[in-house]
Design a protein around this ligand. Structure first.
Ligand code: FAD
Length: 386
């Protein structure tokens, strides 16, 4: 179903395709990719004028624009192919109260925009955009907080509640992104509280589960038990997880049992189990499959057929990142499934950690990321021969 390359690239000009080819060709080489990301980090630190180069290459491919307003062309273009947008304010690594308030206001602005545009079916935020990483780590570790930290924690929870309330009042579903396991308990706890509070009639608040973790299928089972006793709907975005190496390194360094699978197949199995569990419980769980994996996406198609769930049932979404796995997004959308893409936006220097993760992901041997380059090459050949 996802094999139609023509459909996958139908809104890309030859110029777009050539740019994408050069980009993926460069970053698919692990040595070049590592050298370039190291150079970019140093250049940014030294304030060298490299913004223009980044903006014209990797940023142009993976991001919508520097603000919500100048991401509009990307939103409109995706929507022409029936693909929705999730505006993702991608400023990372911030540590000041001003930055946290700005991230909250950006998310609220994206919810309000989503309310008026059917091309934007979801909103999203990253918890570390709203509080200090070390605070979330301390909370997750059940450490005693100082008085100041207690206030910080309340402010953080207040920001999240403000965003979730805006989301449910405006009837715009909201994803809470997942991050490193050692800060995730703090996020999960508040996500569950928000689901209980705002998902009373349907799922507006979605937590994210990373299925590279070896305890996440059990987490879904725990949620199912919880719903038996307390009446609320669960929203889940399922992903494999973006911090695999860091998880393994930290567990080794601090000598605790590794929280993530170390064999890719185990992650794949858990992802597919989680997807199956969600669809089997569709009356109480809404699910978004955030994945570039073809097998998992094909499994979702099968599960919908098996359970007689219509392709455009609003409780089920396929989701990919802008500039990645267009063969899944465009083909699924053409078949009438609900598809939405993350469209990161923000100033170049703030989006950099996100772009570096994309470069690293696309140069890794594990997974199916070599597929991006293969697809682009196939489409270039197809165009040459027609
Ligand atoms: C819409 C969307 C939203 C996302 N939101 C988040 C988020 O909130 N938090 C987050 O962490 N990530 C998020 N991601 C990124 C995601 O977690 C993955 O990093 C990325 O999508 C690659 O996984 P995949 O399912 O597409 O498929 P694949 O390419 O098949 O799998 C690659 C993934 O498999 C896992 N893996 C690789 N090697 C091994 C190994 N040896 N053993 C075990 N597992 C291994 C890793 O998780 C790796 O990322 C999101 C992705 C999408 C598309």
């Amino acid at each position: 179903m996802f094999d139609n390359i023509k459909v996958a690239f139908e809104d890309k000009s030859d110029k777009d395709l050539n740019r994408a080819y050069l980009l993926f060709k460069t970053i698919s080489n692990p040595i070049i990719s590592k050298t370039l990301t190291a150079f970019v980090k140093i250049a940014m630190w030294l304030h060298l004028p490299i913004n223009g180069v980044i903006k014209a290459t990797v940023y142009k491919h993976f991001c919508g624009g520097t603000t919500i307003n100048n991401s509009q062309d990307t939103i409109d273009k995706l929507w022409e192919s029936h693909i929705g947008t999730i505006l993702d304010f991608s400023a990372e690594g911030k540590e000041s109260e001003n930055d946290f308030n700005r991230a909250m206001n950006e998310t609220i602005a994206s919810i309000k925009k989503a309310k008026t545009e059917s091309s934007i079916p979801f909103s999203v935020f990253k918890p570390t955009g709203l509080a200090r990483f070390s605070l979330l780590e301390k909370i997750s570790d059940n450490q005693t907080l100082t008085k100041e930290e207690e206030i910080e924690k309340e402010t953080f929870e207040g920001r999240i509640e403000n965003i979730c309330k805006t989301s449910s009042e405006n009837r715009v579903p909201l994803f809470i992104d997942a991050e490193e396991s050692w800060i995730q308990d703090a996020i999960d706890n508040i996500a569950i509280e928000m689901m209980k509070k705002f998902n009373t009639k349907e799922a507006w608040i979605f937590n994210t589960l990373q299925l590279y973790r070896n305890d996440r299928v059990a987490h879904i089972q725990m949620l199912l038990k919880m719903i038996e006793k307390q009446d609320f709907f669960v929203g889940l975005k399922l992903v494999r997880g973006a911090y695999h190496e860091q998880e393994i390194e930290r567990a080794k360094e601090k000598r605790y049992p590794c929280p993530v699978h170390i064999i890719k197949e185990d992650t794949d199995n858990d992802y597919n189990k989680a997807l199956t569990l969600c669809i089997e419980n569709i009356d109480i769980i809404s699910v978004c499959a955030g994945t570039h994996n073809e097998d998992s996406s094909a499994l979702l198609v099968e599960l919908l057929e098996k359970h007689n769930i219509s392709k455009n049932d609003k409780r089920v979404y396929f989701s990919q990142l802008l500039g990645m796995s267009d063969h899944i997004s465009y083909n699924a959308a053409k078949e009438g499934f609900n598809v939405v893409k993350y469209v990161p936006y923000g100033p170049v220097k703030d989006v950099l950690p996100y772009l570096i993760r994309r470069a690293e992901e696309n140069s890794s041997i594990a997974g199916q990321m070599g597929r991006e380059l293969t697809n682009i090459i196939d489409e270039k050949k197809r165009r040459r021969n027609t």
